[in-house]
Design a protein around this ligand. Structure first.
Ligand SMILES: [Zn+2]
Length: 342
């Protein structure tokens, strides 16, 4: 590809030739490749950010297509993991960029491995537990990160620069209690708010990668596209010396014990996720042979689906299993024990 592909962005004075080179030498990790992640990665990859790692635990489903802009009906039909489907699209969009797709859940076991060797972390998840993990890694390793979230027609973002701005725990000492905030369970979401939030995040990402300090947005921004409101909240003074994370440097979300709960009910999905405590590698073909007499088995290169009425088990090579059609962790565990073993 010729050098002109970035010409319009190089003409933009705050970037210029030097800025473009700087973007080329930058490394970014995106956590989550749902709605926000697909928009973020699209912006970063087209802009020529040199290395983009993206991590997602899920596969493409028809209900994603309304807003997750990199995926199509064929991806959903094939049940492709989102990271893989995104990789296939993004590598066609810009072959100059080094892409690293990772099909995994970001847990305390993995967070530092995936997030501590980049210049910037972008939050494209839908849950606070993962955000607290990102916040721990970011503060511990002094890496800026950009929080983003969207639900219904509303969205929020703020850039967290360790040592300068409040961290996530200064702003939200505890995760919102289930049921107290609108979630994907109850409120739904429209596509445009995703693009608004992710585009603000991507712009702030460019500024941080270019160290355009004069242009940094120090605020937390909240948008309601349906009701035509926009709030800019001054948060710089919210930095708390007694914050356990950035004040006392205790990274409790990264600390795990063998008793930690590794089963999670996924928001709005009627699905429970079970993660192995240690890295394992499952031979999916062998497992498929063993399960075939017991129910319907479908396999692609990246995962195996096992239908055992009324449940579906989606099994990944790293031992992670999604149990669909239940939100009951005990049921999920017993299905796992029965069909996959310990
Ligand atoms: Zn803090």
């Amino acid at each position: 590809m010729n050098e002109n592909r970035y010409s319009r962005q190089i003409l933009f004075a705050p970037i210029g030739v030097a800025g473009q080179e700087r973007l080329r030498n930058s490394r970014v990790a995106i956590v989550g490749m749902g709605a926000l992640g697909t928009v973020l990665s699209n912006h970063l990859v087209r802009a020529g950010v040199g290395f983009v790692r993206f991590i997602d635990r899920d596969f493409v489903e028809p209900s994603n297509l309304q807003r997750q802009m990199l995926y199509d009906e064929e991806d959903a039909r094939q049940h492709l993991p989102k990271a893989i489907a995104a990789y296939e699209k993004l590598s066609k969009i810009n072959s100059d960029v080094a892409l690293e797709p990772i099909v995994a859940d970001v847990t305390a076991f993995h967070a530092e491995k995936y997030l501590s060797d980049v210049d910037l972390i972008l939050d494209a998840t839908d849950n606070f537990q993962v955000r607290y993990l990102i916040n721990d890694v970011a503060v511990k390793h002094n890496i800026p990160w950009i929080y983003g979230g969207a639900v219904s027609a509303t969205g929020t973002y703020t850039a967290i620069r360790p040592g300068e701005t409040p961290c996530l725990r200064c702003l939200f000492p505890e995760a919102p209690k289930p049921g107290t905030t609108a979630t994907c369970d109850t409120a739904g979401v429209i596509g445009p708010i995703i693009h608004v939030v992710a585009s603000y995040q991507a712009t702030e990402a460019f500024k941080i990668l270019l160290q355009a300090t004069n242009a940094y947005n120090p605020h937390l921004e909240h948008f309601d596209l349906w009701n035509n409101t926009h709030q800019q909240i001054k948060v710089l003074k919210a930095k708390r010396p007694d914050c356990p994370t950035c004040g006392q440097r205790q990274f409790e979300f990264l600390e795990t014990s063998p008793d930690d709960e590794l089963a999670t009910a996924l928001c709005g999905r009627d699905t429970v996720q079970l993660s192995p405590r240690e890295a394992i590698t499952l031979d999916l073909s062998q497992l498929a042979k063993r399960l075939a007499p017991l129910g319907t088995v479908e396999q692609n290169r990246f995962l195996l689906r096992f239908y055992i009425d009324p449940y579906t088990l989606v099994i990944f090579p790293d031992g992670r299993v999604l149990v669909q059609n239940t939100d009951d962790i005990a049921t999920a565990r017993s299905l796992f024990a029965k069909f996959i073993g310990n």
